[in-house]
Design a protein around this ligand. Structure first.
Ligand code: FES
Length: 120
């Protein structure tokens, strides 16, 4: 498949450390401006597909899913913590096991005019 640059979001819509959910075709992405750089990742949490752009937290170069706190690094997508959320301990263990631990796919970004573009 040919990779193409696609407009993802207006530059002015991204505030530092505030993740946004962006749909391009059938794909859901998470875009965030962190440390002066634009990051684009797979938009659905690798654990149970919560959209990371909705309530995801950016801290120390990582994105944390609001649902069960699965955390990945923004610079290489590597897994830091898998579903540690301990609110209901027995349940928490079960949902941690429901899906295999995975890294977060990343996408290249660039600025073109008023837009952040991603290579898809
Ligand atoms: S859906 Fe994201 S941590 Fe469970």
């Amino acid at each position: 498949m040919v990779m193409e640059w696609k407009n993802a979001i207006r530059v002015s819509k991204l505030k530092p450390d505030k993740p946004k959910m962006v749909n391009i075709g059938f794909k859901t992405l998470m875009l965030v401006l962190f440390n002066g750089e634009y990051h684009a990742t797979e938009g659905l949490c690798r654990h149970m597909r919560w959209p990371l752009g909705l309530g995801g937290k950016v801290k120390d170069g990582c994105i944390t899913c609001p649902l069960h706190q699965t955390t990945h690094k923004l610079d290489d997508g590597s897994l830091v913590e898998w579903s540690p959320f301990p609110l209901f301990p027995p349940y928490g263990k079960i949902i941690g096991k429901l899906s295999k631990k995975k890294d977060l796919p990343l996408y290249e970004t660039r600025i073109e005019g008023d837009y952040v573009q991603v290579k898809l």
